[in-house]
Design a protein around this ligand. Structure first.
Ligand code: F6P
Length: 561
C-alpha cells in the first residue's frame, strides 16, 4: 500500500486556526442583518453549475468567511486531490485502487488510460451491451423460458447495488416504460423477497443480480431464493425440472466485477455486465449497476443522465473554486460541522420523484466520510461526516420541520426544487390554482422562514397574548442552500448526484481522510456469520457478553429451540 503525498492535515493549518478565530467573531451574526447590510447578497452568493442554480446566500457566512474557507482549499491542496482522482491515481490507499466513477460518464471520444487499461473503450463497450440488452427486454424480443415477454424486472442487490438504482428509477419514473414494472429486493429479511415476488408470474419475471463482489450475504441469499422461486414456479406450470433449471439463463442476468463467482452461481457470463474495481459501490449506479434503471428508462435517457453527470464533473474539475458548486457546498458543510458543531444535515427535495434521494445520499456521504483516521492512519482531530437525512417536502413540513425551525440545534438544510412540474395539474375547485405553484410556494417559504424567522415584537404586534409570544418566536438564522433547476430530467438527476459526490469528496479532502473505503461495515458482517449457528441452536452462546446471550436466549425460547 502506498500512501501518496496527499496526506495533508489542513485541520492543523493556519487557515483552520484563522477560521476558528473568525467563527468566534461571526457566530452570532444574524441572517437578517447580513441581508440588510448587503442587498446584493441574495443574487451574488449563488452559482450556476450546469443547469443547477445553487443559492448559498442563506448561510451564516460573511464574504470574509468565504475567503477564509477558500484558504482551506489551499491548505488541503484540494486542486491536487481533484487532479489525482480524475487521473486515476490510487487515492483509495487502503485498497490500493483508483477512484474513477468520473470515467463512467466520459464521452466515447475521450481518452483515459489507467494502469495500462483503455478505460473509455471498456466503459462504452459495456454501455453498448447494456443498451442492446435493455432494448431487447423493452421491445419484448428478450423472452422468458416459455416465450412470454418480461413484464417485471427485479434488481437484487444491497447498498450501492440497490440504493442508486432504486433512487434513480423512482426519480426518473416519468421517463420509464410503464409496461415494465421495476422492483428491488435488498434486505435479507425474507419478507422483502416474498413481498416482491408472491404475486408475480415467474415466466414473465427477470432478475438482475447486482453485486460488485458477488459475495454479499444478503444478495447471494436473495438470489438463491429467487432462483428456487423461479424453478419451482415454472415446474408448477408444467415445465420439467431439467428445463426449469436451464430456464435460469433466460431469467437471470448479473452485474458484477467477479465473473468466476457469477458463473459458479449458474448465470451465463454472456449475460453478465461487468465493471471495475475502481468503481466504489456507492458511486456505481451509472455503471452496469444501473442496468435495471436502463431497462426502465431506455438507453437514450440513461446516456442523457451520464451526460449530466459528466457536465457536473467538468464543472467541478474546471470551475474556479470561488464559483465551484461542489467546492462551496463542501466547505460550507465543514464550516457547520466543525465550527458550529452541527452533526446533522437535512436534504429536502421538493419533488415526490426524489423520494429516495435522502436515503441514497446517506450511503454516499456517510459511508464515504464516516471515518476517524486520516490517510496516514493518524487520528482525525476534528469532527468528520455529518448525519444526512430527509424526506420530500411538503411531507417533512408536517413531521420534523418543527425541530428545524424552533429546536436548539443548527441543522443546515438543502432545498431542491424544480421550476417546471412533470405533471401540470390544476385545482379547479381552488379557483384554477396551479398545484405546482402551491407546492413550490412551500419551497420558497420554508427557507425564508428558517433564515429570517419572526421576532417577539412582530408576534406581539399581531395581538398574541404575552404568555404565548415566546412559544411562537421563530429564531431564524437557520442556514440552507436552495438548489433550483428547470425540470427533473435524466440530465439534471445526473448533475445532482455528481454535485453531491464531489461535495463529499471535497469534505474528505479537507479532513484528509479516505472517502473511498468502508472498513467499518466489516466487523458486524463477520459477527453475524459467527452468531448465525447460535440462532439455530447448533452452537451455544457461551463466551458471548451477557446482553447478547440473554437476547439470543429469548429469541431461541420464542422459536421453541
Ligand atoms: O457492506 C457495504 C458494502 O460493501 C457497500 O459499500 C456496497 O455498496 C454494498 O456492501 C454491496 O456490495 P456488493 O455490490 O459487493 O454486493
Amino acid at each position: 500500500m502506498t500512501t501518496p503525498d496527499l496526506a495533508i492535515d489542513a485541520t492543523a493549518s493556519p487557515a483552520w486556526a484563522a477560521l476558528r478565530e473568525h467563527h468566534e467573531q461571526v457566530k452570532d451574526l444574524s441572517l437578517r442583518s447580513l441581508f440588510d447590510s448587503d442587498p446584493a447578497r441574495g443574487s451574488e452568493l449563488a452559482v450556476t453549475a450546469v443547469d443547477l442554480y445553487v443559492d448559498y446566500s442563506k448561510h451564516r457566512v460573511t464574504r470574509e468567511t468565504l475567503g477564509l474557507l477558500q484558504q482551506l482549499t489551499e491548505a488541503a491542496d484540494l486542486r491536487r486531490h481533484i487532479d489525482a482522482m480524475f487521473a486515476g491515481v490510487h487515492i483509495n490507499v487502503t485498497e490500493n485502487r483508483a477512484v474513477l466513477h468520473t470515467a463512467l460518464r466520459l464521452p466515447s471520444d475521450a481518452e483515459l488510460s489507467v494502469d495500462g487499461q483503455d478505460v473509455v473503450a471498456e466503459v462504452h463497450e459495456v454501455l453498448d451491451r447494456m443498451g442492446t440488452f435493455a432494448d431487447s427486454v423493452r421491445s419484448g424480443s428478450w423472452t422468458g423460458a416459455t416465450g412470454k415477454p418480461i413484464t417485471t424486472v427485479i434488481n437484487i442487490g444491497i447498498g450501492g447495488s440497490d440504493l442508486g438504482p432504486v433512487m434513480a428509477t423512482e426519480a426518473l419514473r416519468d421517463y420509464s416504460d410503464r409496461r415494465i414494472t421495476n422492483r428491488f429486493v435488498s434486505n435479507i429479511d425474507p419478507t422483502d423477497i416474498w413481498e416482491k415476488t408472491h404475486d408475480l408470474d415467474p415466466a414473465q419475471t427477470l432478475f438482475i443480480v447486482a453485486s460488485k463482489t458477488f459475495t454479499t450475504l444478503e444478495t447471494l441469499t436473495n438470489a438463491r431464493l429467487a432462483r428456487t422461486w423461479l424453478t419451482d414456479g415454472l415446474q408448477a406450470g408444467g415445465m420439467s425440472a431439467e428445463d426449469a433449471a436451464a430456464a435460469v439463463a433466460k431469467h437471470f442476468v448479473a452485474v458484477s466485477t467477479n465473473a468466476e463467482l457469477v458463473s459458479e452461481f449458474g448465470i451465463d457470463t454472456d449475460n453478465m455486465f461487468g465493471f471495475w474495481d475502481w468503481v466504489g459501490g456507492r458511486y456505481s449506479y451509472d455503471s452496469a449497476v444501473g442496468l435495471s434503471l436502463m431497462v426502465a428508462i431506455g438507453p437514450d435517457a440513461f446516456r442523457e443522465m451520464l451526460a449530466g453527470f459528466h457536465a457536473m464533473d467538468e464543472h467541478f474539475r474546471t470551475a474556479p473554486f470561488e464559483a465551484n458548486a461542489p467546492v462551496l457546498l463542501g466547505l460550507l458543510n465543514v464550516w457547520y460541522g466543525d465550527f458550529f458543531g452541527s452533526g446533522s444535515h437535512a436534504v429536502l427535495p421538493y419533488s415526490q420523484y426524489l423520494l429516495r434521494f435522502p436515503a441514497y445520499l446517506q450511503q454516499l456521504t456517510m459511508e464515504s466520510n464516516g471515518k476517524s483516521v486520516r490517510l496516514d492512519g493518524s487520528p482525525v482531530l476534528v469532527d468528520t461526516g455529518e448525519v444526512f437525512w430527509g424526506e420530500p417536502g411538503t411531507n417533512g413540513q408536517h413531521a420534523f420541520y418543527q425541530l428545524l425551525h424552533q429546536g436548539t440545534r443548527i441543522i443546515p438544510a438543502d432545498f431542491i426544487g424544480f421550476v417546471e412540474p412533470n405533471h401540470d395539474l390544476h385545482d379547479l375547485a381552488g379557483g384554477d390554482a396551479d398545484v405546482h405553484d402551491l407546492f413550490m410556494s412551500n419551497f420558497f417559504a420554508q427557507s425564508t422562514a428558517l433564515a429570517f424567522g419572526k421576532t417577539a415584537e412582530e408576534i406581539a404586534a399581531e395581538g398574541v397574548a404575552a404568555a404565548v409570544v415566546p412559544h411562537k418566536v421563530m429564531p431564524g438564522n437557520r442556514p440552507s442552500t436552495s438548489i433550483l433547476a428547470q425540470r427533473l430530467t435524466p440530465s439534471v438527476l445526473g448533475q445532482l448526484v455528481a454535485l453531491y459526490e464531489h461535495t463529499t469528496f471535497v469534505q474528505g479532502a479537507i479532513w484528509g481522510i479516505n472517502s473511498f473505503d468502508q472498513w467499518g461495515v466489516e466487523l458486524g458482517k463477520a459477527m453475524a456469520k459467527q452468531l448465525a449457528p447460535m440462532l439455530s441452536a447448533e452452537t451455544s452462546t457461551e463466551g458471548q457478553d451477557s446482553s447478547t446471550a440473554t437476547l439470543i436466549g429469548r429469541y431461541l425460547a420464542g422459536r421453541g429451540r
